[in-house]
Ligand binder design. Structure first.
Ligand code: SAM
Length: 364
């Protein structure tokens, strides 16, 4: 095993060294977290950028083994927000100077859904006069759909690979045309080619995953030269097929430790990308999002979905904020950013600095 201090000094992040970083004990890990904090401060300052999150619909055509809104789960009521509800959430986000909005949904490819999202995008531009940054997280779509949404006003897209190891990917997804590993990678590449600030990420500590898989995930993100990352711990959901393997996944403590390490190592490897502090961190432990900010994350997504729908967008058990309305979420988010020693960047889009650098170097 190579000493953590040497790895950080040499800055050669190959698989063997990343595995050593992920396995580092609590004492040695302090060097990793200190270095991630130093880099975050140097490249991004203290700012945390907000994205008002709208969970548009829990209708989904896919059957991911870990996900509570998979189409096979017959126990949940399916909803789709109406335009009036979406408009209220857009106005809330704009009035409260969040700077950006995220539309997340189950994965639907129908023309009805594609044009509804298109209409929402036009509405965001109209209501905010173009003030709001717009991120989509609506799954795998055709190149044409990605282009339509880009032209309608979206400029960031998050599509998690979930696991960059093909064998492990198929432990998390059925092996069929709808859940094809290579198609998912191609979709991420298409997003980049279509001009989006492109993000991906993985679930950390899911059943059958190894530390080596996680090291490969970090290398995958670096090699793809992503602009943003959203990753967080796997949380079991009792109505999903993967739940039966809960005894072979990492312990809660290990998932927390590994999630924070993944964020910190990625921050060290990719200094100027946007990294989200995810809701799943908070589900795992109270104060989890605060810890993620301290480990190197710089994005938070206060939920603006109307309270009555929150418990139906149940990706996993014990999702926090399901009994809150948008105002409560705003209040808790501000406090946690201050406790993490950071400051809210109101009225700023918070685009990925990495993306801008990429665009400038393409133009040269
Ligand atoms: N359908 C879109 C897609 O696939 O990109 C976006 C919605 S999907 C529900 C959003 C994310 O929730 C997934 O990418 C997955 O990583 C996360 N998720 C779902 N179930 C989870 C679980 N049990 N634990 C942790 N994260 C989960």
């Amino acid at each position: 095993m190579i000493a953590v201090e040497n790895i950080l000094r040499e800055r050669l992040f190959d698989k063997e060294r990343i595995v050593d970083l992920l396995n580092a004990d609590a004492n040695e890990s302090k060097f990793i977290f200190n270095e991630a904090a130093r880099i975050r401060e140097k490249y991004l300052g203290k700012k945390v950028h907000l994205r008002g999150l709208i969970e548009l619909t829990n209708k989904c055509s896919k059957n991911c083994f870990y996900c509570g809104i998979a189409s096979s789960n017959k126990k949940i009521n399916r909803y789709c927000l109406g335009m009036d509800e979406v408009e209220r959430a857009i106005k809330f986000t704009d009035d409260n100077k969040y700077g950006s909005i995220v539309i997340q949904s189950g994965e639907l490819q129908s023309e009805e859904f594609v044009s509804y999202v298109e209409k929402i995008l036009h509405k965001i531009v109209e209501i905010s006069w173009g003030r709001l940054g717009v991120t989509l997280s609506c799954g795998e779509q055709s190149e044409d759909t990605y282009r339509r949404w880009r032209e309608a006003g979206a400029h960031r897209y998050l599509l998690r690979i979930e696991s960059s190891d093909e064998n492990h990917y198929y432990k998390l997804h059925p092996k069929n045309a709808k859940h094809n590993f290579q198609n998912r990678i191609n979709a991420i590449k298409t997003l980049k080619e279509t001009g989006y600030q492109t993000g991906t990420g993985v679930m950390i500590g899911s059943p059958f995953q190894t530390i080596e898989n996680l090291a490969d995930d970090l290398i995958f993100m670096r090699d793809l030269d992503i602009d943003m990352c959203g990753m967080g711990p796997y949380i079991g959901h009792e109505d999903t097929p993967l739940f039966q393997h809960k005894n072979i996944c990492f312990s809660k403590e290990d998932r927390l430790r590994l999630s924070l390490k993944m964020i910190a190592i990625l921050r060290i490897m990719m200094k100027d990308i946007n990294i989200a502090s995810t809701t799943a961190m908070q589900t795992l432990v109270n104060g989890g999002r605060e810890l993620a900010l301290k480990a190197g994350a710089n994005i938070l997504m206060p939920n603006t979905t109307p309270g009555i729908y929150r418990n139906q967008y149940a990706l996993y058990n014990n999702k926090p904020g399901i009994d809150e309305e948008a105002d409560d979420s705003k209040y808790s988010i501000e406090g946690l950013i201050e406790r993490a020693g950071h400051e809210v960047a109101y009225s700023e889009k918070g685009n990925s600095k990495h993306y801008h650098k990429r665009m400038v170097s393409c133009a040269l």
